[in-house]
Design a protein around this ligand. Structure first.
Ligand code: ADP
Ligand code: MG
Length: 713
């Protein structure tokens, strides 16, 4: 057999037409190997199949054609303030004149002799009767070698994002040449067993189809090639989702196959004892989650579970149940929260739930005094504390547990990979429960969080007050504070006012917390107001929070530091200014801070004066629904998955062609196929199969961060 000149793993400088300098630029753009380059997909296509020669151009009909620049010059016309650039174009069949206004750089980029693809509307010039092309779009071709022209015209042509000075036509030509030399390649990263079950285009034909489509679907619109109805694209959508589901399933399986240091026994009646000690009856959803946790904890492998629930769905007590079970098994627990305020609050509510059972609970944050801290850490080390609640202060090396068996991470996305790893390493392959106050859309829970088992609290405890949401229109703005806030303060209720900025900034018409705190406290001189921002030292933050909780402060002006978990029963009104600057899920989170007492809540969203209609319209969903999952779904659609994922899954790729909103069906298919691939025999070393090796190597090669991700829970 002939040895192929190029292989998929060849470095790009080995590709004859690239050369060292461009290979360096490509590397800067993130492409190291031939394979990387082949996965640089075009972002759209142009139908240039009918590209005419210059002689065939028809005045008045827009068209694109390939031509050489014979001459290009600058003209200063008296009638025009901008210089006119004029070029004579020719293609062997005839000539045409192109004219641009003010685009002087063309003198440099299109010198005589250069070749370009021009698109515009030819017209007969009223001045001299010659064929003229006004301001055509131009795509410059790199020095053409014979035969390469075919990549750029007379076909459906891929258009690539330009990057690091590399043009779309450079990518097109280079990828075209690489594909030519790899022609007939039979590589296939997907397992044959999976392929044979599905109708999926093979790897190489699909790669070719992504770069150089042969035909357009029925309606003839090149944009239809951007949808997964186009088989080559469908293959890569599936591939991406399959890789992700494979990684998730693999990690999950690794955890399943590992065992915790200490096995526990869970007596049947524990649930009754615990539930009996609570001031309320658990909801059906809470009971289900508690059962799932108890089942996890009675296995030999550790728990790795995500507890999903909207604000106020009662996650705390479910987390507490795990602490209780661990305590009964002689194990310590830890809960890590992202902020001081939240840790303090968790400490108060969890202590109330757990102390009646004799569980010794402590708080460890940076605000704990040094001497106290030392005593506390010693107690934890000696096993005299059963449950530590804290911030990232829990991660410090000096804190050593005697038998840490259960870890709760609240607001997981606020912590870095290292932080989680460090805490988990303090236990002996411990049980982990991660909680999030932002509901995660189902498609995300099944993909990016697919390594975790899922418990969902889809039911609110009874007695929670409704929160109405209203968008304050511009014409009501003037009277807003007097009409909507003044009476509330008059009744002695408490008000949150939230801003996106701490201090005045360069940005015009964006209000900030500090300035507005000044204005609002002058407006209500007899009302005690407070200011809370992320910039303040923790002592000050804690004392402001305490004064707000106790009811001394009645109007709290803040940034999003109040976002997570804060529980102020007396707060009934929330005002968010420049609401368009926040994500929907974040706004939902914010409004979850009110209506936590005996009175219903009211949330006012005030769009900034410069907010677009679109940005304001997006807020409507918050008016329509109080369901956090619906809001999260919409947020995912508008802003993509980034915000939900945070750092938890760092090292994993973001999608290139798949879309978690559009491609849910393909996601479910990929998930099913990945689990069939991983499942057949949990005790067999599927790792040694050829299929497995091919897949794993490929995934690790494509996504260099994956190896590390796999190591961390
Ligand atoms: P989350 O953390 O999910 O936002 P919390 O755990 O803070 O919610 O619970 C919100 C409030 O509901 C708390 O005051 C809690 O005591 C109360 N609660 C939780 N479960 C129930 C229940 N089953 N019945 C009545 N109240 C409950
Ligand atoms: Mg909570």
């Amino acid at each position: 057999m002939d040895k192929p000149v190029l292989s998929l793993v060849s470095p790009l400088h080995a590709v004859p037409d690239i050369g060292k300098k461009r290979a360096e630029k490509l590397e800067l753009a993130g492409y190291r190997t031939v394979l990387d380059l082949l996965y640089c997909f075009p972002f759209r296509y142009e139908d240039r199949r009918a590209a005419p020669s210059i002689r065939q151009l028809v005045p008045g009909t827009p068209a694109g054609f390939l031509a050489r620049v014979r001459d290009i010059r600058k003209k200063n016309l008296r009638s025009s303030r901008v210089p006119v650039i004029e070029a004579d174009l020719e293609d062997g069949s005839g000539g045409i004149r192109a004219v641009w206004f003010g685009q002087e750089y063309l003198l440099k980029t299109l010198p005589p002799g250069s070749i370009g693809f021009f698109f515009g509307k030819p017209e007969i010039s009223a001045y001299d009767g010659l064929l003229n092309l006004r301001s055509p779009v131009v795509e410059k071709m790199d020095e053409e070698k014979k035969g390469q022209k075919s990549f750029h015209v007379n076909r459906i042509v891929p258009i690539y994002h330009e990057s690091h000075g590399l043009t779309s036509s450079f990518f097109r030509k280079t990828i075209g040449l690489v594909l030519t030399s790899l022609w007939g390649n039979t590589f296939e990263p997907l397992p044959p067993s999976v392929l044979s079950r599905l109708e999926i285009t093979g790897w190489f034909p699909a790669i070719v189809g992504m770069h150089f489509p042969q035909t357009l679907p029925v309606n003839g619109d090149p944009d239809s090639l951007l949808l997964p109805d186009y088989p080559p694209r469908k293959r890569f959508v599936f591939e991406e989702l399959f890789f992700l589901e494979f990684l998730m399933g693999y990690k999950k399986r690794e955890i399943r196959l590992s065992s915790r240091e200490r096995i526990r026994q869970i007596p049947d009646d524990e649930g009754v004892t615990f539930a009996g000690s609570l001031p309320y009856a658990l909801t059906a959803a809470q009971k289900r989650a508690c059962r799932e946790i108890a089942e996890d904890m009675s296995r030999t492998s550790p728990m790795n579970r995500l507890l999903l629930g909207d604000v106020g769905s009662g996650k705390t007590v479910v987390a507490a149940w795990g602490v209780y079970l661990s305590f009964r098994a002689g194990l310590q627990s830890a809960l890590m929260a992202p902020t001081e305020v939240l840790a303090q609050q968790h400490h108060v509510s969890l202590k109330a739930l757990l102390e009646p059972h004799g569980i010794r609970t402590a708080l460890l944050t940076q605000s704990v005094r040094k001497s106290e801290k030392r005593a506390l850490m010693e107690a934890v080390h000696r096993g005299e504390v059963d449950f530590v609640v804290g911030t990232h202060a829990l991660i410090q090396d000096a804190l050593v547990f005697s038998s840490l068996g259960y870890i709760v991470v609240d607001e997981q996305h606020k912590f870095g990979v290292e932080q989680r790893k460090n805490l988990i390493q303090k236990g002996g392959n411990p049980d982990v429960l991660v909680m999030t106050a932002t509901p995660i859309p189902r498609s995300l829970a099944l993909s990016y969080f697919g390594d975790l088992d899922l418990s969902v609290l889809d039911e609110r405890p009874p007695g929670r007050q409704p929160v109405r949401t209203e968008i304050v229109s511009k014409n009501r703005l003037e009277s807003f504070w007097d009409e909507c806030v003044d009476p509330v303060l008059g009744r002695g209720e408490q008000v949150f006012v939230v801003y996106s900025l701490i201090e005045e900034s360069q940005e015009e018409n964006i209000k900030d917390a500090t300035t507005m705190h000044g204005i609002l406290s002058r407006k209500w001189p007899s009302v005690c107001t407070g200011l809370l921002t992320g910039k303040m030292p923790w002592e000050e933050k804690a004392s402001v929070m305490e004064d707000f909780r106790s009811g001394k402060i009645r109007l709290l002006v803040s940034t999003t530091v109040v976002e997570v978990g804060v529980d102020i029963p007396g707060a009934t009104v929330m005002v968010v200014e420049n609401a368009e600057r926040f994500g929907l899920a974040q706004l939902h989170q914010l409004r979850g801070r009110i209506g936590r007492g005996s009175l219903p809540g009211m949330c006012y969203l005030i769009p900034g004066v410069d907010a677009s209609r679109e940005a304001t319209g997006r807020l409507e969903i918050l008016v329509r629904t109080e369901d956090g999952f619906v809001v999260a779904e919409e947020d995912l659609r508008l802003r993509g998955p980034g915000e939900f994922i945070g750092t938890r899954q760092s090292g994993l790729p973001m999608f290139q062609v798949a879309n978690l909103v559009r491609d849910v069906d393909i996601l479910l298919l990929a998930r099913e196929q990945a689990s069939m691939f991983l499942e057949p025999s949990p005790n067999d070393l599927i790792e040694h199969s050829w299929e497995w090796t091919t897949l794993m190597n490929f995934v690790q090669n494509r996504y260099p961060g994956v190896q590390e991700w796999l190591m961390i829970r």
